[in-house]
Design a protein around this ligand. Structure first.
Ligand code: HEC
Length: 249
C-alpha cells in the first residue's frame, strides 16, 4: 500500500517563466495601488481647508459639512463686509441652520439682501455672480453639503468590490505558495478581504455617523498593509529564498 501524501505547490515548484509572470503582475498591482492612494489624496485632500489628507477630509467627503453652504462660505470669505450691521450675518447664518425656509426668507432675509447685496448679486448688474433676488435663486446657495450621495456610494461600492476582489484573489493565490507558518498564512489571506468589506461598510456608516471616518481610514490602511505584505513576501520568496530546495531523485 502506498502512503498518500498531499503535496501543495510552493514557490520552489514554479518555473522561471511562472515566477516572472507572477512578479511582473505583483509589481503592476503594487504600483496600481500607489496610484489609487494618490487618487484618494487628490480627491479628498483639502476638503477641510487644511493642506494634506486627514480624517476630517474623509468625514466631509462622506458625511458632509452642514455648516458650510455657498452663502455661508461667501459671507465668511469677506462678503459680510457689505452688510450694514454685523449682526445681520448671524441672522443669515441662523436662517441657514434652521433650514432656510421661504417664510423666514421673505420676513427677515430678503430685506437684508435687497439692501446690501443685490446691487451686485442680480442679473441686472451684469457681473455674472449668483443672483440673490428671489427665494428660488438663493436656494442654490443654501444647499447643505451632505457629502457623497448614496447613489454614487453604491456605484463606487460595486466597482470596488468586483475590482478589489479580483486583485486580492490573484495576489492571494500567488501568496499561498509562500512558506510561512500556516496559521499566519490563513489569517493573511483573509484579512484584506475583511478589511475592504469593513472599509466599504464604513463609507455608509460615515454618511450617518461621522466618527466612522476613522474606521474608513483604519480599514483602508489594514488592507493596504496586508496587500503590500503579500506582494513583498511573494516576490522575496520567489527569487531570494529557498528553505529546502527539493532534491531531485
Ligand atoms: C460690490 C459688489 C458686491 C456686493 C455688494 C456683494 N457682493 Fe457678493 N460677490 C461679489 C463678487 C464680485 C463675487 C465673486 C467674486 C468673489 O467671490 O469675491 C461675489 C461672491 C459672493 C458669494 C460667492 C458666490 C459663489 O459663487 O459661491 C457669495 C455667497 C456672496 N458674494 C454673498 C454676498 C452677500 C450675502 C452680500 C450682501 C451682504 C454680497 N455678496 C454683496 C460682489 C458683491
Amino acid at each position: 500500500m502506498t502512503k498518500i501524501t498531499t503535496k501543495f505547490r510552493r514557490f520552489t515548484d514554479l518555473s522561471v517563466s511562472e515566477r516572472m509572470l507572477f512578479t511582473i503582475f505583483l509589481i503592476t498591482i503594487g504600483l496600481g495601488y500607489l496610484f489609487a492612494l494618490a487618487h484618494t489624496y487628490y480627491s479628498h485632500a483639502n476638503r477641510d481647508g487644511e493642506p494634506g489628507l486627514s480624517v476630517e477630509d474623509i468625514k466631509i467627503a462622506y458625511y458632509g459639512k452642514s455648516e458650510i453652504t455657498r452663502l455661508g462660505a461667501g459671507l465668511n470669505a469677506g462678503m459680510a463686509d457689505n452688510l450694514e450691521f454685523p449682526g445681520q450675518k448671524d441672522i443669515i447664518f441662523k436662517w441657514i441652520e434652521d433650514g432656510a425656509d421661504e417664510t423666514a426668507f421673505n420676513d427677515k432675509i430678503a430685506p437684508i439682501l435687497n439692501e446690501n447685496c443685490i446691487a451686485c448679486h442680480s442679473v441686472e448688474s451684469g457681473m455674472g455672480i449668483p443672483p440673490m433676488t428671489s427665494y428660488e435663486k438663493i436656494q442654490e446657495l443654501t444647499k447643505m453639503d451632505t457629502g457623497v450621495s448614496i447613489k454614487s456610494l453604491v456605484r463606487v461600492s460595486h466597482i470596488h468590490m468586483f475590482g478589489i476582489a479580483f486583485i486580492l484573489f490573484f495576489v492571494g493565490r500567488i501568496f499561498v505558495l509562500s512558506e510561512i507558518p500556516v496559521t499566519l498564512k490563513r489569517v493573511m489571506v483573509v484579512v484584506p478581504f475583511l478589511a475592504i468589506l469593513l472599509d466599504i461598510l464604513s463609507w455608509y456608516l460615515t454618511k450617518f455617523i461621522p466618527g466612522f471616518a476613522y474606521v474608513v481610514v483604519l480599514a483602508g490602511g489594514v488592507m493596504g498593509i496586508s496587500l503590500a505584505a503579500q506582494i513583498l513576501v511573494s516576490i522575496y520568496q520567489m527569487w531570494f529564498y529557498a528553505p529546502h530546495k527539493r532534491v531531485e531523485m
